[in-house]
Design a protein around this ligand. Structure first.
Ligand SMILES: *[C@@H]1O[C@H](CO)[C@@H](O)[C@H](O)[C@H]1NC(C)=O
Ligand SMILES: *[C@@H]1O[C@H](CO)[C@@H](O)[C@H](O)[C@H]1NC(C)=O
Ligand SMILES: *[C@@H]1O[C@H](CO)[C@@H](O)[C@H](O)[C@H]1NC(C)=O
Ligand SMILES: *[C@@H]1O[C@H](CO)[C@@H](O)[C@H](O)[C@H]1NC(C)=O
Ligand SMILES: *[C@@H]1O[C@H](CO)[C@@H](O)[C@H](O)[C@H]1NC(C)=O
Length: 308
């Protein structure tokens, strides 16, 4: 801290033209991020002439580099072994730091203090973002829907940061604004679970899309659901009765066919007997008379035998 105060006092002298990004730096949760800070050194500059301090958000200790060496003692526990300068870049006046495995608690203002002959400081803001999961949609109620029914479509998405902006759209891509309730709850890690419900009066068929927008990461994830309400309701009972009746009818037809065939066979045998007793001329007559039967039940040995 003493070194920092000295730098602050020195900074009253003519400032070094220190550069930092104007917009906040976006860090992805659990990933590494670079916080940039640099100046264009004058000729003859070596890192041996350089002192750098990074003031970290909500920390008593700073991360520093004094006259060619990292300041190791009193490193704040939250950043210990996670923050480092690019030593090979220092000679170019590049004092950016690498912050590894970004946490939600890393969010805040990072100030880069530098002293060569003169001093200067500039601040970088770090915003942390975590992408939301692809949303899942649920429909309530989900069965026997008719136009005019009220249904609720619920959208769930998890583990994002910071809070999401939720947007609902219909099949035509129009924003829906009425009858939406959204809640966002942070879990123990600080990541949000978002639940948004849309209440609608069902029409014949419509598609509902839940869009989850992460304002820091500037990305959108979405899911759609198409809901159909049928005018001609066809209850399952009616369906089964129809199927049942159809099967009965089929059985009846088969039974009828069997009876008929048996009857015909009997007649056939009788006639054959008769034919055996009587003249051979009759046989020829019978043959032609039985011809249509052969067409309706072809390839059956009984009939063939019967006819011969
Ligand atoms: C420090 O300030 C002097 C003038 O006071 C200037 O000539 C010099 O370039 C500055 N040094 C750096 C590193 O900016
Ligand atoms: C760097 O420091 C050395 C002494 O440690 C000094 O002689 C030299 O002029 C300094 N160079 C600059 C560019 O400040
Ligand atoms: C500073 O160094 C880092 C790490 O190598 C690099 O990503 C960045 O572009 C450098 N910045 C400048 C201004 O050279
Ligand atoms: C829907 O709303 C969003 C945010 O409020 C807006 O950016 C977008 O232009 C709107 N889209 C339509 C089609 O109205
Ligand atoms: C939606 O809200 C309007 C008033 O804001 C209400 O008249 C309508 O019944 C609601 N619809 C549903 C499906 O809840």
């Amino acid at each position: 801290m003493a070194a920092l105060c000295l730098l602050l006092l020195l900074s009253l002298a003519e400032a070094i033209d220190l550069r930092v990004p104007e917009l906040p730096v976006i860090g992805l949760l659990d990933k590494d991020v670079i916080l940039p800070c640099w100046f264009t050194p004058s000729e003859g500059f070596t890192p041996k002439n350089l002192s750098v301090f990074w003031k970290l958000p909500n920390q008593q200790q700073d991360y520093g580099f004094v006259l060619g060496e990292d300041l190791q003692e009193n490193q704040s526990p939250q950043y210990k072994d996670r923050i480092s300068l690019f030593h090979e870049e220092l000679s170019k006046g590049n004092m950016s730091v690498l912050l590894q495995q970004v946490r939600l608690t890393d969010e805040g203002i990072y100030t880069c203090f530098v002293n060569v002959q003169n001093s200067s400081s500039a601040s970088v803001s770090l915003q942390v973002g975590a992408p939301f999961t692809k949303p899942t949609l649920h429909l309530e109620p989900s069965e026997a829907l008719k136009p005019g029914d009220q249904v609720t479509v619920t959208c769930h998405t998890y583990d994002g940061y910071p809070e999401a902006n939720i947007l609902w759209q219909n099949g035509e891509g129009q924003n829906m604004t009425e009858n939406i309730t959204t809640s966002q709850v942070a879990n123990e890690k600080g990541l949000f679970h978002v639940q948004s419900s849309l209440s609608v009066i069902l029409e014949t068929s419509d598609t509902y899309t839940c869009l989850v927008f992460n304002p820091v990461l500037q990305d959108v994830t979405h899911a759609s659901l198409t809901v159909t309400g049928q005018h001609l309701s066809f209850p399952p009972l009616v369906l089964w009765v129809t199927v049942g009746l159809s099967i009965c009818l089929l059985c009846l037809l088969v039974a009828l066919a069997c009876v008929c065939r048996k009857h015909l066979k009997q007649t056939c045998e009788e006639e054959q007997e008769n034919a055996g007793n009587e003249e051979h001329e009759e046989n020829g007559e019978l043959k032609t008379a039985m011809q249509p039967l052969k067409v309706t039940s072809p390839g059956e040995d009984d009939d063939a035998e019967c006819l011969e």
